[in-house]
Design a protein around this ligand. Structure first.
Ligand code: FES
Ligand code: FES
Length: 177
């Protein structure tokens, strides 16, 4: 066993884990964060995407012990004060999901994409999401949703208003399993 201390969705956890445990397993099985899903388990589909210290990663390709001392954000930590994150809202508004299985990973990847490029072209969105697979939508509405979110997140300053960056700068509460 190895000890891991990690902040997930703004809450600190300290746990003993097997060195072979994947981050996605830790999130789902230890923390009950089943909003992060497993699609392929072989780092192909992107369904398990979360943010690790603000960067998107496929959590099936990261060991839980590797996130010791880090901050992880999952789809479950995005909403604030009962308000969906703008990207979540845009996916809803643009009918960017059918079964929804890919959606948590798509949204986490889209937020990362918009952090790097606040006003992406259609091609840039498609390129940015190429590691995330959807079997239902044909991607049209997903691309539309990301570009819609980009417009809505654009404040007068031109800097995207990411609810996540506000969250990561906020102090975290204690607790854990
Ligand atoms: Fe991680 Fe598919 S479950 S990429
Ligand atoms: Fe079903 Fe994308 S909405 S896999």
């Amino acid at each position: 066993m190895a000890q891991v201390r990690v902040t997930v969705d703004g809450v600190e956890y300290a746990d003993d884990v097997e060195p072979r445990m994947l981050l996605v397993q830790y999130l789902r099985e230890r923390l009950g964060k089943t909003g992060t899903v497993i699609g392929c388990d072989t780092s192909n589909c992107g369904a398990c995407t979360v943010h690790l210290n603000g960067q998107s990663v496929k959590s099936c390709s990261v060991l839980a012990v590797q996130v010791d001392g880090s901050e992880v954000m999952t789809i479950e930590g995005l909403a604030r004060d009962g308000q969906l994150h703008p990207v979540q809202q845009a996916f809803n508004d643009n009918h960017a999901l059918q079964c929804g299985y890919c959606t948590p990973g798509m949204i986490m990847q889209s937020i990362d994409l918009l952090g790097d490029n606040p006003d992406p072209s259609e091609l840039e969105v498609r390129h940015g999401l190429e590691g995330n697979l959807c079997r239902c939508t044909g991607y049209q509405n997903i691309v539309r949703a990301v570009r819609d979110a980009a417009q809505k997140m654009k404040p007068a300053s031109g800097t995207p208003d990411t609810a996540e960056s506000a969250a990561t700068s906020a102090s975290v509460a204690g607790g854990g399993s």
